[in-house]
Design a protein around this ligand. Structure first.
Ligand SMILES: [Zn+2]
Length: 222
C-alpha cells in the first residue's frame, strides 16, 4: 500500500507517488498487488494555501487509534507541541473521515507493507516487524519519532504491518528524476528481500494496481 499526501502541504510527496505509479509495471514492481493513494488529504492539498491538516484542522497522522490515544495524544499535543494547530490530533481517534476510510481500507486490503511519503526531513524511517532499511537512494535511516496517533505507530507497532516512512528533502522542489527512480528501486529491492508475503489463496485477485483518493469510497471492491 503506497500513500502520499497525508499532510497536504507536502506537495512533492503526492507528486512522487504519481511518478512511482507510472513505474508500477517495471520488473521489480509488477509482481506485487499495489493499492495506491496518492492524495490522502485532498482538502489540505487543494486548499488555496496548502495545509498540513485536513479541512477540519486535524493532523491526520496523529488521528490513528494507537492504544492510550485518549490520554496520550491530547497531552502530547499540549505539552510537546505547545498546542501547535498544525499538529492537532483531533477530538478522538479516527474522528476524521480520511483516517476512518484508510483504516477500513487497511482492514480490507490487508497490506504486507505500507509506504507513506512525506517531506521535508530528507530521511527514511521505519516501524514494524522487519529489518530496518538502511538507505534508499540518498535517504538514510534516521528515526523521525514515534507519536501518539501516527500511522507508523498504529500500523507498524500495533498491527505488525511494516511501515516505511519516506521523508523527501523538500516539500516543494522535486528530487532529481534519477533520485526518484533510485529510491523506488532500492525500496522495491528491500521489500522483495525483507517483507514476508503469505502464499496467495486461490481466490486472490491477480497482481495489479488500484488507485484511490481520500474521497474514493472503494466502489469497485470485489
Ligand atoms: Zn508529513
Amino acid at each position: 500500500m503506497l500513500l502520499g499526501g497525508i499532510h497536504g502541504d507536502e506537495l512533492t510527496a503526492s507528486a512522487v507517488v504519481f511518478k512511482w505509479l507510472q513505474q508500477a509495471q517495471i520488473p521489480l514492481a509488477r509482481d506485487f498487488a499495489w493499492y495506491v493513494v496518492p492524495v490522502l488529504n485532498p482538502d489540505g492539498l487543494l486548499a488555496a494555501k496548502p495545509s498540513r491538516v485536513n479541512a477540519r484542522g486535524v493532523d491526520l497522522n496523529r488521528n490513528f487509534p494507537t492504544p492510550g490515544w485518549q490520554e496520550e495524544a491530547p497531552r502530547y499535543w499540549s505539552k510537546a507541541t505547545a498546542s501547535d494547530p498544525r499538529r492537532f490530533p483531533g477530538k478522538g481517534p479516527l474522528s476524521e473521515p480520511e483516517t476512518r476510510w484508510l483504516k477500513a481500507e487497511i482492514d480490507r486490503f490487508k497490506p504486507n507493507v505500507i509506504v507513506s511519503v512525506h517531506a521535508p526531513f530528507g530521511v527514511l524511517d521505519f516501524d514494524g516487524p522487519a529489518p530496518v532499511p538502511e538507505r534508499f537512494g540518498r535517504l538514510q535511516f534516521n528515526r523521525v519519532g514515534v507519536y501518539p496517533g501516527s500511522l507508523g505507530n498504529y500500523s507498524g507497532l500495533h498491527r505488525n504491518i511494516p511501515v516505511i516512512t519516506i521523508e523527501l528533502p523538500n516539500a516543494q522542489a522535486m528530487p532529481p528524476a534519477k533520485e526518484v527512480d533510485r529510491i523506488w528501486v532500492d525500496m522495491l529491492t528491500w521489500i522483495t528481500l525483507n517483507v514476508h508475503r503469505p502464499k496467495e489463496p486461490a481466490t486472490a485477485p491477480k497482481a495489479g494496481t488500484r488507485v484511490a483518493t481520500g474521497a474514493d469510497k472503494a466502489a469497485n471492491r470485489n
